[in-house]
Design a protein around this ligand. Structure first.
Ligand code: ZN
Length: 360
């Protein structure tokens, strides 16, 4: 499946430093390097994963890089945020500014657009319209769903990546990473695949009153739990994701849909998602939004209360349908071991009143 619709070299010759790229060219050949330098890469979330992706992508000399994050650098980021220093943490520099400086220091000629903003804002999503491929690595499940929806509506390749550790009673239970490739012909998406905890997405969409009510009734757990984070795991996960991208660009797209890293046991697996036919998913199904472009109703923060209720109802229905469905994909790792904040139990946090962090 060819999705790259970049106009290079007709409109613009790919720009790359031949000396710097010489070792890549030895691996892939110059034609593939020209392709690397012809694509525009988007990165949603410039945190622990997004910055490792960026670090590797900028050294491939893509045509352009577009990134977004609304957060600032803090001391607790320094154990894993590529290129950051004490000075950055003390001055609470914006993650988008840090990413910009990091790339420009390496290559002042690189075309970039780093946005201090939230991908759930319509204006922010529009800026990703020129991307050929999007790395989806924000820290909110709703933003992940939005990144996936945007990619499907606009015919992009989405590489979704997440990682995390689970500690229970002070004992490290799981250390896992996950990379999922989603394209318009995948036959599944993040909404219908149960790859993330959709209850978390519901919680993120609710207003504070409704959220408190649902938490009191025990339907939803809070998600603002400090997550255990390890730089080496971020690097492993991001590196597999970038390698996957390089294979796709080199027209060696693998047949599987996902890669799982079980770091505690030093294992990596691939798997293929279950595809249903007919597919009734409101996003990737036959009446979904694939290739609907600007006509697609996408998940955005500003959507009116009624539209938001509709989205919550849709997600609730998907959760219900998934529970009924016993023919799930044979994934190598137990689902929800990772990426779901509410599953990352930190001993010191137990029993505290958790509150969901809303996206800014
Ligand atoms: Zn779907």
């Amino acid at each position: 499946m060819k999705i790259f619709n970049c106009n290079t070299p007709k409109n613009r010759q790919p720009v790359y430093d031949k000396k710097i790229c010489s070792k890549h060219i030895l691996v892939f050949g110059e034609e593939i390097q020209k392709l690397f330098s012809s694509i525009t890469v988007g990165i949603i979330g410039l945190g622990g994963l997004g910055m490792v992706v960026l670090e590797q992508i900028m050294r491939l000399f893509p045509k352009a890089i577009i990134g977004i994050d609304y957060d600032t650098v803090s001391k607790s980021n320094l154990n894993r945020l590529t290129g950051t220093t004490y000075v950055d943490a003390n001055s609470n520099i914006l993650k988008s500014d840090h990413a910009h400086q990091h790339v420009k220091k390496f290559n002042p000629l690189q075309v970039t657009k780093f946005i201090n903003g939230n991908f759930l804002e319509e204006e922010s999503q529009k800026r990703f319209g020129s991307c050929d491929l999007i790395f989806n690595c924000p820290d909110s499940v709703v933003t992940r769903l939005a990144g996936c929806q945007f990619g499907l509506a606009h015919g992009k390749i989405v590489i979704d990546l997440g990682c995390g550790a689970v500690v229970e009673d002070g004992i490290l239970q799981h250390v896992v990473g996950q990379i999922v490739k989603i394209t318009p012909d995948s036959g599944f998406c993040l909404n219908c695949s149960e790859l993330y905890d959709l209850n978390e997405a519901r919680a993120e969409l609710m207003d504070d009153d409704e959220l408190n009510r649902q938490q009191e009734m025990g339907y939803i757990r809070g998600a603002d739990v400090p997550e255990p984070q390890i730089y080496s795991l971020n690097m492993m996960t991001a590196s597999w994701a970038v390698w996957l991208m390089m294979q796709i660009v080199a027209d060696k797209e693998p047949a599987f849909d996902g890669i799982a890293i079980d770091a505690l046991n030093f294992n990596t697996y691939t798997w293929t998602e279950r595809k249903t036919n007919p597919n009734d998913c409101p996003i990737c199904g036959r009446n979904g939004i694939i290739f609907a472009g600007n006509k697609a109703e996408l998940l955005i923060k500003e959507c009116k209360a009624d539209a938001k209720k509709k989205v919550i109802a849709e997600i609730t229905k998907i959760i219900f349908d998934n529970k009924k469905d016993t023919s799930k994909s044979q994934r190598p790792l137990e689902q929800n071991q990772l990426t779901s904040k509410s599953k990352s139990e930190v001993p010191s946090e137990k029993g505290t009143n958790r509150k969901t962090k809303k996206s800014k």
